[in-house]
Design a protein around this ligand. Structure first.
Ligand SMILES: [Zn+2]
Length: 378
C-alpha cells in the first residue's frame, strides 16, 4: 500500500500531487473539502510522499514515521479549541524556519486553518510571503472562503470532492475487509464522510443510533411525539459524544496525575488543583463542541430522509439513502407534497443555524424544529 491508497475517490487530486512531488513544487498549499472528505489525510499523505525517497511508497521508515506522527521534519498542528492564536502560530513560524533534519523538506501541516485568528493568520502570512527555501506549508480548511483572501492568494489550492458511494464502498471492502452489503450500507448512510462510514461499518451502537434518528420523521404525528423525539435526538447525540470523549478525557486525567506525581505519593502538590481545574474546563468545552457536532450530524441524517421523500415524490428513480426506512419514506411521500418536503428540509437547516450560529441551546432548537416537521393530517 502506498501513502495514496488511504485516500478515497480523489484520483485527480492524487495525480496533481504526484506531479508536484516529481518537481512542480510550491511552498504553500491549501487543501479544502467537505467534512470527512479527507483533507488532512491528503495533506499528510502529500507530506509523506515529499519526504519519501520513492514518492510515498508507504513502506519505508520515513513513510512510517509520517504516518505515526514522529517524523522530525513533519509537524501537524490540530486543535480541539475554537481558535488558533497568534502565539501558537509564531511558534510554528519559528520551527518552520529550521533546516530540515533530513535532506528534503521542513513540512508544516495546519489542519484547521479556518480557526486561525486574524492576528494569527497575519503572522502566518508573513512566513508564507517570505518562504525559507526548504519549508512547505500545508493548510487545511473546509472551503477557501474560510481563510483570509491574502493567504488564499499565496497558496496553491487543492479541492477535494465528496467521494461517491461506490468509492467509499470499495474502500471499506478493501481496508476493513467488510462484506459488500455492510460496506455499501455504511457508504450510503455516511453520505461520503469517510470517518463516519468507517464508524458505521465497525460499530453496531453507531448503527443503532443512526437507525433511531432516521426513524424519527415517520412518527412525528402529534405534538407529544415531536417533544419526545427532540429529547431522543438530544440524548442519542449525548450518548455518542460521550462515547467519543470519555477515553480521551480519562487518558488526559491520568497523564496529569502522573505529571504531578499524584498516583505515586497520594499527596497533591499545590499546583495540582488549578491544573486540574484548567483541564476540566477544556474538557467541558470539548464535550460541548462534540455534542453539537453529533447533533449536527443527526440533523443531516434527518435531511437525508426528507431528501429520500422528495426523491419518491418527484419520481427521480435515484437510490434511497435510507433504504431501511423505505416504508416511512413512502408513507411520508404520499401524505405530503414536494413543497412540504422542501419546507421540512429548510426547518432542519434553520435549527442548525440557530444552534451553531446563534448559540440557541440544542434541545430548544430541536423542539421547535420537530414541530415544523410534524405530520399534520386533515
Ligand atoms: Zn516511503
Amino acid at each position: 500500500m502506498t501513502v495514496w491508497d488511504s485516500l478515497v475517490g480523489q484520483g485527480q487530486v492524487i495525480a496533481r500531487l504526484q506531479r508536484a512531488v516529481a518537481g512542480e513544487m510550491t511552498h504553500a498549499w491549501l487543501f479544502t473539502g467537505p467534512p470527512g472528505s479527507g483533507r488532512s489525510n491528503t495533506a499528510v499523505a502529500f507530506a509523506a510522499a515529499l519526504q519519501c525517497e520513492q514518492g510515498g511508497c508507504g513502506q519505508c521508515h520515513s513513510c512510517h514515521e509520517v504516518a505515526v506522527g514522529s517524523h522530525p521534519d513533519v509537524r501537524v498542528t490540530r486543535t480541539e479549541k475554537l481558535s488558533i492564536g497568534v502565539d501558537e502560530v509564531r511558534e510554528l513560524v519559528r520551527a518552520s524556519a529550521l533546516a530540515p533534519v533530513g535532506r528534503r523538506w521542513q513540512i508544516m501541516v495546519v489542519e484547521d486553518a479556518d480557526r486561525l485568528t486574524d492576528q494569527a493568520a497575519n503572522a502566518l502570512l508573513k512566513a508564507i510571503e517570505e518562504p525559507t527555501e526548504r519549508t512547505v506549508w500545508l493548510l487545511c480548511a473546509p472551503t477557501v472562503e474560510d481563510v483570509l483572501p491574502t493567504i488564499r492568494s499565496r497558496t496553491r489550492l487543492v479541492v477535494l470532492s465528496t467521494p461517491s458511494v461506490d468509492d467509499v464502498t470499495d474502500f471499506l471492502v478493501r481496508s476493513e475487509g467488510l462484506g459488500v452489503e455492510t460496506a455499501s450500507y455504511a457508504a450510503r448512510a455516511s453520505q461520503g464522510h469517510i470517518g463516519r462510514a468507517r464508524a458505521l461499518a465497525r460499530d453496531e451502537d453507531t448503527r443503532r443510533r443512526r437507525r433511531e434518528v432516521v426513524a424519527i420523521p415517520g412518527r412525528l404525528s402529534s405534538l407529544g411525539a415531536c417533544m419526545a423525539s427532540a429529547a431522543d435526538l438530544h440524548d442519542l447525540a449525548k450518548e455518542e459524544a460521550d462515547a467519543l470523549t470519555s477515553d480521551h478525557d480519562q487518558r488526559e486525567k491520568s497523564d496529569l496525575d502522573r505529571a504531578y506525581g499524584v498516583v505515586e505519593r497520594g499527596r497533591r502538590p499545590r499546583e495540582y488543583a488549578p491544573a486540574l481545574r484548567d483541564l476540566e474546563k477544556s474538557q467541558k468545552t470539548r464535550a460541548k463542541r462534540r455534542h453539537l457536532d453529533v447533533v449536527d450530524r443527526g440533523l443531516m441524517d434527518l435531511v437525508s430522509v426528507y431528501r429520500d421523500v422528495l426523491t419518491v415524490q418527484l419520481g427521480t428513480g435515484v437510490d434511497l439513502v435510507n433504504e431501511e426506512v423505505r416504508g416511512d419514506v413512502v408513507a411520508l411521500a404520499n401524505a405530503s407534497s414536494a413543497e412540504q418536503s422542501l419546507r421540512r428540509i429548510e426547518a432542519v437547516f434553520e435549527a442548525r443555524e440557530q444552534m451553531l450560529e446563534f448559540n440557541v441551546p440544542p434541545l430548544l432548537a430541536l423542539e421547535s424544529m420537530m414541530v415544523g416537521l410534524q405530520i399534520v393530517r386533515d
